[in-house]
Design a protein around this ligand. Sequence first.
Ligand SMILES: NC(=O)c1ccc[n+]([C@@H]2O[C@H](COP(=O)([O-])OP(=O)(O)OC[C@H]3O[C@@H](n4cnc5c(N)ncnc54)[C@H](OP(=O)(O)O)[C@@H]3O)[C@@H](O)[C@H]2O)c1
Length: 208
Amino acid sequence: MRIGIIGSGNIGGTLARLLAQAGHQVAVSNSRGPETLQELVAELGEGVHATTPKEAARFGEVVVVSIPFGRYRELPVEAFAGKVVIDTNNYYPGRDGNFEELDADRSTGTELLAGFLLGARVVKAFNAINRKSLDELGRPAGEEGRVAIPIAGDDSDAKRVVAELIDQIGFDPVDMGGLAQGGRKFQVGSSLYGKLHTAEELTAQGTG
Ligand SMILES: NC(=O)c1ccc[n+]([C@@H]2O[C@H](COP(=O)([O-])OP(=O)(O)OC[C@H]3O[C@@H](n4cnc5c(N)ncnc54)[C@H](OP(=O)(O)O)[C@@H]3O)[C@@H](O)[C@H]2O)c1
């Protein structure tokens, strides 16, 4: 599958490596330009190239957005039409500035992103696990203690695509429900945020 990655830092860079190792073609991008990603591309090897955010979004059948949340309105909207989008972003007011609807819990970061990327099918995933765990804890399916990745979204087909990718890179996907309700279960400040769980443990916390 072709995967576009927008934001190639801790999480985007790690996902680029894991997805390339799983056999996907990966386009990485950042805000400063492809020439600043040559080291990463050389390290990740075959199947990975650097480009601009717009070209990465066009390239991907699935597009990962992994940038500081507060910059989401800089994304090239038109290039996302029809794409399955993975939103790894978290809202940190200290870094992102204050968003009144988030501070008042009238909306969530992923819903704001989905509202901005009209026509894209946005799935929230990889928000509650840190870079080191994502990098090191992938295990084959069925292995005891395999770490689970909660996902949320309003499009079942898009969630199926993302769940399959999560399984391929060594984690158990667990569907927590729609963007509004499900996404809140593992956003910053939730009981699941920043902690590692198995699929069984996550399911016990209430899915769907
Ligand atoms: N770190 C974690 O353990 C962790 C875990 C889960 C979720 N998250 C969330 O995932 C997101 C990414 O976190 P991170 O730690 O990977 O961040 P990071 O290491 O700071 O990387 C951010 C990346 O986004 C790029 N970027 C910034 N603005 C952009 C724009 N307008 N267009 C395209 N690319 C842009 C940066 O490129 P330049 O360097 O060229 O500006 C950089 O490649 C954040 O929302 C974070 O809260 C982080």
